[in-house]
Write a protein that binds this ligand. Structure first.
Ligand code: OGA
Ligand code: MN
Length: 279
């Protein structure tokens, strides 16, 4: 059986000795899903794969689903988008990468946000470009008890965009706008596999707390984000070509650090796994 080696940090486990072709076998899939729920980030080193192989691997974690933005459903397998975050000479990158520079969890603007996201490194710059992860169980547990009690039961509005985010997202087509009305989620959610509570924050999409004045809501969201920015909750994955990283969007946030050399390609395959309504 493959082995899980914990990463040096508050989350993350590395799988050693896995034949990726066997990921869908019952026992192996169970081990991978247990690792995801326990470590929240699962890294599987290995060779570069074709999109259909990446899709087959991702299926061990659930049902892959297409991205909202149609232009990202590139390539021959629509569920495997090709994400280019190469840094250009004018300082720009793909719009998505600029947004991804701040802490976020993926697709919280959906009523049923993606359970997990898988990235598979195809072209990796010679240095920099780590993806950092934040353990939102430990962020919740670090808050004072009185604050935790106040947050339990609070609900918040997530939207495709919010003025609270530092950068604007890619424009949506009329169809994509119709598919993404604002949604309400609990501010504290329970992980369905482990029963642990996690703070469900997303500075890129979280607009306001239901029932609070804007100023009070902003102040509370800022204070919570401040706890999540403390390095003790973080682990950074430094990419090698061929790596797979899959993370649990129900109890983590992540961000990319755009500190890599200009024009060195940074290209990943990306798969979203269907999730449930947060509770
Ligand atoms: C993402 C994302 C970070 C990275 O794919 O959702 O945030 O390191 N990516 O590219
Ligand atoms: Mn992301």
């Amino acid at each position: 059986m493959p082995e899980i080696v914990p990463c040096k940090g508050p989350l993350g486990g590395r799988i050693e000795g896995l034949d990726r072709c066997r990921a869908q076998e019952t026992e192996i899939a169970a081990l991978l899903n247990r690792a995801l729920a326990e470590y929240l980030l699962v890294v599987v080193p290995g060779e570069r794969m074709m999109p259909h192989e990446t899709l087959a691997f991702a299926e061990a974690f659930g049902q892959p689903r297409t991205q909202l933005l149609r232009y990202k459903r590139s390539g021959e397998v629509p569920e495997v988008s090709i994400m280019v975050s190469t840094l250009m000479a004018d300082g720009s990158t793909d719009k998505t990468a600029i947004r991804a520079e701040d802490w976020h969890t993926d697709d919280s603007y959906f009523a049923k946000p993606a359970k997990a996201t898988l990235l598979h490194g195809i072209e990796i710059p010679s240095r920099g470009g780590a993806t950092w992860f934040c353990n939102m169980h430990s962020v919740y547990e670090a808050l004072p008890g009185t604050l935790r009690t106040r947050l339990d039961g609070m609900r918040a509005i997530h939207g495709y965009d919010t003025p609270r985010a530092r950068n604007r997202p890619s424009p949506r087509t009329a169809q994509e706008i119709a598919e993404t009305p604002d949604v309400e989620h609990p501010l504290v959610r329970t992980h369905p596999d482990t029963g642990r509570k996690a703070l469900y924050l997303n500075p890129n999409r979280l607009d306001r707390i239901v029932g609070l004045e804007r100023a009070e809501s902003d102040a509370l969201l800022d204070a919570l984000a401040e706890e999540a920015r403390k390095p003790e909750h973080h682990f950074g994955h430094v990419w090698k070509p061929g790596d797979i990283a899959i993370w649990d969007n129900r109890a983590t946030m992540h961000r990319v650090v755009i500190d890599y050399p200009v024009s060195e390609p940074r290209i990943m395959q990306r798969v979203l796994i269907e999730g449930d309504r947060p509770f």
